[in-house]
Design a protein around this ligand. Sequence first.
Ligand SMILES: NC(=O)c1ccc[n+]([C@@H]2O[C@H](COP(=O)([O-])OP(=O)(O)OC[C@H]3O[C@@H](n4cnc5c(N)ncnc54)[C@H](O)[C@@H]3O)[C@@H](O)[C@H]2O)c1
Length: 290
Amino acid sequence: MLVGSYSVLKGLFDAQRGIYSSAPPPPNSMSTRPALTTDAFRLDGRVAVVTGAARGLGQGLAVGLAQAGADVAMVDVLPLAETRRRIEELGRRSVAMDQDLREMTPELAAAMIEKVVSALGRIDILVNNAGILRRAPALDVAAADWRDVVEINLSTPFYLSQAAARHWVAAARGGKIINMASMLSFQGGLMVPSYTATKSAIAGLTRALANEWASRGINVNALAPGYMATEMTSGIRDDPARSQAMLDRIPAGRWGTPEDLAGPVIFLASEAASYLHGVILPVDGGWLVR
Ligand SMILES: NC(=O)c1ccc[n+]([C@@H]2O[C@H](COP(=O)([O-])OP(=O)(O)OC[C@H]3O[C@@H](n4cnc5c(N)ncnc54)[C@H](O)[C@@H]3O)[C@@H](O)[C@H]2O)c1
């Protein structure tokens, strides 16, 4: 699947190389800039942090980044052994951090970033993937559920982004932050008000941080997955009528997979995306344009 993603990206870039490297530069172009090649997508020597990397989309993101060359620090409350095995089989280093993200504070975020730097030597990429969904009609939402969703889906990405950006600013270098948005960053959804509120907020936060940090060489963008086959959607997928209704609504005609995010996350984490700021990139099989 990743090889497929790479060949699509490579095709696009080989087409573009004709423009960048063979044709004369257009007037006022950045003619001192080196020709862009597919090497711009490689992440060799970079270090990524992926929250919620034990399973599902986070595991796909962590393995995808490792396939492109990055070492990966993983954070989760669930065992990280399988993700670690897959990363290390690719010849990349990994660090596992057992952390309940409901406990996030600015101090904990700073300590986690420091731990990554001391274990793997640096940090270049932060993927704020961990997220939870608690389903209930708005009339019945419990305060504890509301708080957990806000802590994990919104406060944790903010504090980790702040800690990573403080680290990069102090070191006078840039970095890449990739948040996990959702179709519910664009739509209201039903019976998931806390999830919709946090996923809409994460889109706003992505744009706000992009505005503040672009000039410091920090790219803040988000992926907005459509309906993906993970634990989070198992309830819908196990109900044949609801599952079929979803499939009928997805132009690609299938649920997304963790592997579908590998190409997009590699792109956003790479130098190829260095002029992208505040983008919310749907990876949804066409759901939004239906
Ligand atoms: N599955 C989808 O269709 C879909 C669609 C759009 C966006 N997303 C987003 O993608 C991200 C990943 O979702 P997924 O489908 O892989 O879900 P998932 O439930 O399969 O995985 C979530 C991961 O986060 C971890 N996690 C949960 N609570 C945690 C906590 N308190 N501390 C540390 N780790 C914790 C879990 O252990 C798990 O490994 C989420 O932000 C989700 O909102 C998912």
